[in-house]
Design a protein around this ligand. Structure first.
Ligand code: SAH
Length: 494
């Protein structure tokens, strides 16, 4: 359920505001409004002593008598703070008729405006609302935050507001400004302000700003590349750092495996270049990818080289960094969630398990000639999990080699197609049946093959998307499948 209220901070200074009610509740509302600089009119037959005193001092205006809708004329906001629900409701109705926001104390239904619980540290304010439904919860959160946010924050907010224009002028680039603010917050300035050393804090701030401006001058001239792992597809699996780099990128060189959901999070005006390599299809040579990265970085751009999964797991990330290094280009590496981890998680397959597997191997089964270089005797050993990347084409060879080297024919496997994506499919069976089952279900790339006892757990532990598919769809089981289908549909409908 989305929040029904839109948060807004309003400037009440020198604006007429009406408070209806003259008792203790009204007093609390009036003082808050007077503190905010509002011109407060208090309407009530009589005022409690402190309110009467404010009126006598000319700090508020007293409208004497029972509520009249005309009190609302010309005000920006009204607060109904009487102990009579009927009066509060009348104020709300009159406010609605005049398009004046009304806050009715203890009457959520009558409120068009709510006053949040709030925490103030100088110009910094945190406001909390439960939509009027759970004010105790909002208050509880406020108390917890009160103890966690120290007083130095107010001074910090004031310093940052004061310096805002200067910082913008010295660091016109948004990414440089973010880095600078990170540096200020991680440096000595907050502590100095907390301990009241305002002058020393200002000096530390100036020093950080000078350093940042120098550094920004250098990186602007040089550009840099971030090798970023985009994960398996679900954008929620990006790291925060990946997200930030995508927000700051000028140029994004991405693989075919990078999902649209992830690309949608990148800075809108970033140039996106697809350099996908599709098995058997259009193919950007690795050297062309290197040339693109280098060209844009040398032009001073912030380049993100975005790879499916993790850039260092069957991603040729190493080669790309070597090329950058050879050209003296700065780089950083942000890890991503690799297919084996993502597919394991989203298919309910723990890759290790105390009873079944004490190690995991990440293997690529793609290269036709080089798979003989794999140590099949070692791969065929028990009590380990194998995760084969790029496995759709050579599944019969994988099965044959593993069987030839002694892995049991009934060893469970799971093929996870489009892992973590909305169209994820999982096919499970035994090693013996692997190629036939994959063909029967038409498994397509990208798919990850998991071999080992843990693969069988997908049947009981799956939680995402459809239940795993098994041998039921094999051609000779087709009739059984067709007979079972109506029951399955009934069970689902029930
Ligand atoms: N660097 C990537 C792997 C690139 S190799 C990573 O760390 O995940 C490409 C292979 O990864 C695919 O052929 C497939 O086997 C596997 N793969 C990548 N994304 C996948 C996904 N969402 N679901 C299943 N397999 C995936």
């Amino acid at each position: 359920m989305p929040a029904a209220l839109f948060p807004l901070f309003v400037d009440l200074r020198d604006r007429p505001i009406l408070v209806v009610g003259g008792g203790a509740v009204a007093w609390r509302k009036v003082t808050a409004l007077v503190d905010a600089g509002a011109l407060v009119r208090v309407g009530a037959p009589a005022l409690e002593p402190r309110l009467a005193q404010l009126a006598a001092q000319g700090r508020i205006t007293h409208l004497r008598g029972p509520f009249e809708p005309a009190w609302l004329d010309g005000v920006w906001l009204a607060t109904a703070a009487t102990d009579d629900p009927a009066v509060n409701r009348a104020v709300a109705d009159a406010g609605a008729a005049r398009r004046v926001w009304v806050n009715a104390v203890d009457d959520v239904a009558a409120c068009s405006a709510h006053v949040p619980a709030r925490i103030e540290r100088g110009p910094l304010q945190i406001a909390i609302s439960s939509g009027g439904g759970a004010p105790m919860l909002a208050r509880h959160l406020r108390e917890r935050l009160e103890t966690q946010l120290d007083d130095g924050l107010g001074a910090l907010a004031a310093l940052l507001s004061r310096e805002r224009q200067r910082v913008r002028a010295r660091l016109p680039d948004l990414a440089a400004r973010r880095r600078f603010f990170d540096a200020v917050l991680a440096g000595p300035v907050p502590d100095l302000l907390r301990s009241g050393a305002a002058l020393t804090a200002q000096r530390a701030f100036d020093r950080t700003l000078n350093d940042a401006a120098d550094a920004a001058g250098e990186t602007a001239a040089r550009g840099r590349v971030a090798l970023v792992g985009a994960g398996p597809g679900d954008a929620g699996l990006l790291t925060l750092r990946a997200l930030r780099l995508l927000n700051e990128a000028d140029v994004i060189l991405h693989d075919r495996l990078v999902s649209d959901d992830v690309l949608a999070l990148a800075r809108r005006d970033a140039e996106r270049i697809g350099v996908g390599k599709q098995a058997g299809g259009a193919h950007t040579p690795q050297s062309a990818i290197h040339a693109l990265m280098i060209e844009h970085a040398l032009a001073g751009k912030r380049v993100v080289r975005l790879k499916g999964g993790d850039g260092f797991v069957f991603g040729r990330g190493g080669e790309e960094l070597e090329a950058l290094r050879a050209h003296g280009i700065d780089y950083e590496v942000v890890p991503g969630i690799t297919a084996a981890l993502a597919c394991g998680a989203y298919a309910g397959i723990p890759l290790t398990h105390r009873d079944h597997a004490q190690s995991v191997r990440l293997v690529t089964a793609h290269c036709r000639d080089s798979d003989d270089a794999l140590d099949w005797a070692a791969l065929a050993q028990d009590r380990q999990t194998l995760a084969f990347y790029m496995g759709v084409a050579g599944l019969d060879r994988v099965r044959d080699r593993l069987l030839a080297h002694g892995r049991g024919a009934d060893t469970p496997f799971a093929l996870v197609e489009n892992g973590s994506r909305p169209d994820q499919r999982v096919v499970v069976g035994t090693l013996q049946e692997l190629p036939d089952l994959a063909a029967a279900h038409g498994v397509q790339s990208p798919a990850l093959l998991v071999v080992g006892e843990v693969a069988a757990l997908a049947t009981s532990l799956h939680w995402f998307g459809a239940a795993p598919l098994g041998p039921a769809a094999l051609p000779d089981a087709m009739t059984a499948d067709a007979v079972a289908a109506p029951d399955a549909a009934l069970a689902e409908a029930a």
